[in-house]
Design a protein around this ligand. Structure first.
Ligand SMILES: NC(=O)c1ccc[n+]([C@@H]2O[C@H](COP(=O)([O-])OP(=O)(O)OC[C@H]3O[C@@H](n4cnc5c(N)ncnc54)[C@H](OP(=O)(O)O)[C@@H]3O)[C@@H](O)[C@H]2O)c1
Length: 395
């Protein structure tokens, strides 16, 4: 109860934030926008410097950032009056990535598709790993058509462009499928320069994978953990490799339930499982960076923003109504949503930030510190993941 005043303060601030956000949307208090933004910055630094790991506190943080995203989503308007900027990645010059290979999971829709599109335009060899190849074929054709147009329908280039984008079937919820996919990639490449662990599912009803694991943890974390492990030999051959793991702001209320990772026995809720899996993405990134700190491999975890994609397909009831209501108003486009991934792929100034968590093309430090219980969690999760995948530690 000693925290009651703090919760009341946060509650009042929170309601004010929501109300003001709506007013901003309606454009009715334009002249106050600057001061609102600056009060956000102040409260943000206050929260970030506090040291409290309680569930309500973390839940508050998550809500806070959701509503900060409402402010962020006013990017055009706020940008025009000079108080806020939704950042964009600095994309290298055309053809810069000739000879580079990128592997992207979940590349047939949303953020993954936009990421694949940018890499393809930069002339990289793109491996799109997709669950449903029928869906993915039409997406691949769309990208190829765009590339052919950029190249002015030059016939000589057609064949080369067709070989530039490859589709491979991958169901992350099956360890066997992950192994098959990795084998196929390893047969086809000499080295991998970028691995983008992007695919994900969110807040689906309780279910188990073929291997008997909770679906969100298995798909969002375990499948990517195994895939990364199996591709490591080729990643090591790149002179400068980057591994990017799509996490989420939803990691904040997350806890790794080491004693009941599948949330069995009535402990499952869709949010709890999603938050656990997204925290696992961050811990994986931290441990990966630690294990490979003296190599040319850099790794980053990313929150892409609140993005208008198909990720909410499992929501229903009130959550779905709210999503549909707010979809257009507050969610950013997949093209903008891909910017932080691209920033982590291309920015040469963030080498020293390997293992870090990024949002809106910036490193966010304190957020992760608050979300992780202690430094051993990353190592512990690593060992557990090895056991669940039936593998030894990285060679
Ligand atoms: N959208 C947001 O606001 C938001 C916010 C925070 C974090 N994120 C993260 O960003 C990443 C990309 O999400 P998105 O918003 O682009 O969502 P999306 O449009 O739903 O894309 C997710 C992709 O993952 C694939 N996928 C799902 N289950 C899979 C499985 N078992 N095996 C292989 N692929 C599978 C989907 O394939 P199918 O098309 O076959 O289903 C799809 O291509 C996710 O990791 C998500 O957690 C998104």
């Amino acid at each position: 109860m000693k925290n009651l005043p703090k919760y009341i303060f946060f509650g009042v601030h929170h309601v004010t934030t929501i109300s003001l956000s709506f007013f901003i949307r309606l454009g009715s208090i334009w002249s106050f926008t600057g001061s609102i933004y600056y009060s956000h910055s102040f409260i943000h630094s206050f929260i970030m410097n506090a040291n409290n790991n309680g569930f309500f506190y973390r839940f508050y943080l998550m809500l806070y950032f959701q509503f900060q995203s409402i402010i962020e989503s006013q990017a055009n308007f706020l940008n025009n009056i000079g108080v806020y900027r939704r950042r964009r990645a600095k994309i290298p010059d055309e053809q810069k990535l000739t000879g580079h290979t990128v592997v992207i999971t979940g590349a047939n829709s949303g953020i993954g598709l936009q990421t694949a599109r940018v890499f393809a335009r930069l002339d990289a060899n793109v491996f799109m790993l997709c669950r449903d190849l029928d869906k993915a074929r039409s997406v691949r054709k769309e990208i190829l058509d765009e590339l052919q147009q950029i190249n002015n329908d030059d016939d000589d280039d057609d064949e080369r462009i067709k070989n530039q984008i490859k589709l491979i079937q991958l169901d992350l919820s099956s360890l066997e499928s992950v192994r098959k996919c990795a084998e196929e990639i390893n047969r086809n490449v000499d080295k991998i320069d970028y691995l983008i662990n992007n695919a994900g599912i969110m807040m689906c009803p309780e279910s188990k994978t073929v291997d008997g694991f909770e679906s969100q943890f298995a798909t969002n974390h375990l499948g990517h953990f195994l895939l990364t492990n199996l591709l490591m030999d080729k990643i090591r051959r790149s002179s400068s490799a980057r591994i990017i793991n799509l996490s989420s702001i939803a990691h904040i209320p997350g806890t790794i339930h080491f004693d009941n990772i599948n949330l069995d026995g009535g402990h499952y809720t869709p949010l709890k499982a999603y938050a656990q899996s997204k925290l696992a993405n961050i811990l994986f990134t931290i441990e990966l960076a630690r294990k490979f700190c003296d190599t040319n491999i850099r790794t980053y975890a990313v929150h892409p923003g609140l993005v208008n994609t198909e990720l909410g397909r499992h929501l229903n009831g009130l959550a779905l109504c709210l999503l549909n209501f707010f979809r257009r108003m507050i969610l950013i486009t997949p093209e903008l949503g891909a910017q932080t991934t691209l920033h982590c792929a291309f920015d040469s100034n963030i080498n020293a930030d390997s293992g870090g968590y990024f949002a809106n093309c910036r490193r966010i430090k304190n957020m992760v510190k608050n979300a992780t219980n202690n430094n051993n969690d990353a190592e512990r999760l690593w060992q557990l993941s090895c056991k669940m995948c039936g593998i030894e530690n990285f060679k």
